[in-house]
Design a protein around this ligand. Structure first.
Ligand SMILES: Nc1ncnc2c1ncn2[C@@H]1O[C@H](COP(=O)(O)OP(=O)(O)OP(=O)(O)O)[C@@H](O)[C@H]1O
Length: 372
């Protein structure tokens, strides 16, 4: 059963169309991450599902029932906001309990519910505190506890980790999937952080300017981003993007890098002579011997050691920057001349004009048989 269906939703504020004919299906128990830049319309979409605002056009179905005209409190939806939105005059306990009091639970049932979720979120020792006496992390957990306490079948979380420090964000990124899975709820989770999106989402819906531009598993989005803009937003260091005009060779199309031919497996005459952008993730490139087939000469400019990887900036013969990423602790070249081997099967080709990903015309099985 589909828990949530949005059908052709349009939302306008004055002359601005904030949600533009948006349709989306979220399956029962699925964790869908809504990812996109600031102003994309993510919060408006969540508020619309919650029933806090109404669409100008389109329908909102929850559990197969049309809820478009139903009030927020009767939709069975839990929501946590990025700014916590806690009641300042209430204790953490009362803030969490406020989600239940409207539903006429007994005092004992409320206390049991609040304590259970507070323990889970490790805030059971601060339940008597008012928000001003809570750290940002505790406020964030209190807001989350309030959203979780009634075990709503549909949970809407609006960038709940945005205002917490990096350490807590890291911890919560690990903890939240387990916590949300234990709840068994269907979750829509908004974030602008691609790592959070990849860690938390069964699927990621990428949103720009009120439209969903791509929906897929984290691997789908990372490996085959539908647009240049999406490719740029996923990955650290960011994907290498190089302008190329593919040419025709004896074995199919190729692009030239530092005077060396990089084959574009599966692509045919349709891309020859066309302005394209070649996308190569830094981890799809390794340093190689000068004598290796297809070795691309570069100059190593600088190296940046990060936590789990080392990133090297290189320049091609034409002065184009290419980043290479390798696991930390593995040997790399000194500054000066070096050679690169590119895994051409992992290379992506985008139409420069439209920014759309171009798909190879030959089936993958045939391409897999070719040398990289
Ligand atoms: N009540 C409102 N009145 C007028 N415009 C609004 C209103 N609420 C939202 N908007 C506009 O709708 C657009 C989308 O806003 P929204 O808050 O959904 O973006 P977002 O993707 O959640 O961004 P962020 O990640 O920064 O929270 C913005 O241009 C915003 O200015």
């Amino acid at each position: 059963m589909t828990t949530l269906q949005l059908k052709n939703i349009v939302k306008r504020y004055k002359s601005q169309t904030v949600l533009d004919d948006l349709s989306l299906d979220v399956a029962d128990g699925e964790r869908l991450v809504l990812f996109g830049p600031s102003g994309a319309g993510k919060t408006v979409l969540l508020r619309l599902v919650a029933g806090v605002i109404d669409p100008d056009e389109g329908r909102v179905l929850i559990g197969g029932e049309d809820m478009t005209e139903v009030d927020a409190e009767h939709r069975g939806v839990g929501m946590a906001f990025q700014n916590f939105a806690l009641f300042p005059h209430m204790s953490a306990f009362d803030n969490i309990a406020s989600a239940l009091t409207a539903r006429r639970f007994s005092k004992e049932a409320i206390a049991a519910g609040v304590e259970k979720v507070a323990k889970l979120l490790k805030i059971d020792h601060v339940l008597t505190h008012h928000p001003k006496a809570l750290s940002n992390g505790q406020k964030q957990r209190t807001a989350l506890a309030r959203a979780l306490v009634g075990s709503p079948p549909l949970l809407l979380l609006d960038d709940p980790l945005r205002n917490v420090d990096a350490k807590l964000r890291f911890e919560m990124r690990l903890e939240l999937p387990r916590l949300l899975a234990a709840q068994g709820a269907t979750v829509i989770y908004v974030t602008q952080d691609y790592k959070e999106a990849m860690a938390l989402g069964d699927r990621i819906a990428v949103m720009f300017e009120g439209q969903l531009r791509q929906i897929g598993t984290p691997a789908d989005i990372y490996d085959t981003p539908a647009e240049l803009e999406i490719a740029r937003l996923f990955g650290d260091p960011t994907i290498n993007l190089l302008d190329v005009v593919p040419q025709r060779g004896p074995d199919g199309a190729f692009a030239e890098l530092s005077g060396v031919r990089l084959r574009l497996p599966g692509f045919g005459p349709e891309i020859v002579g066309k302005a394209c952008v070649l996308g190569i993730r830094p981890e799809s490139i390794v340093f190689s011997e000068a004598s290796a087939t297809g070795a691309i000469p570069v100059r190593v400019e600088a190296e940046t050691p990060l936590n789990e990887k080392t990133v090297t900036l290189t320049l091609t013969a034409r002065g184009r920057e290419v980043l290479v990423s390798r696991p930390a602790g593995t040997p790399g070249p000194a500054t000066g001349p070096a050679h690169l081997a590119v895994n051409s099967r992992a290379a992506l080709l985008f139409d420069k004009e439209s920014g759309r990903l171009m798909r190879p015309s030959e089936p993958a099985s045939k391409r897999n048989g070719e040398a990289a």
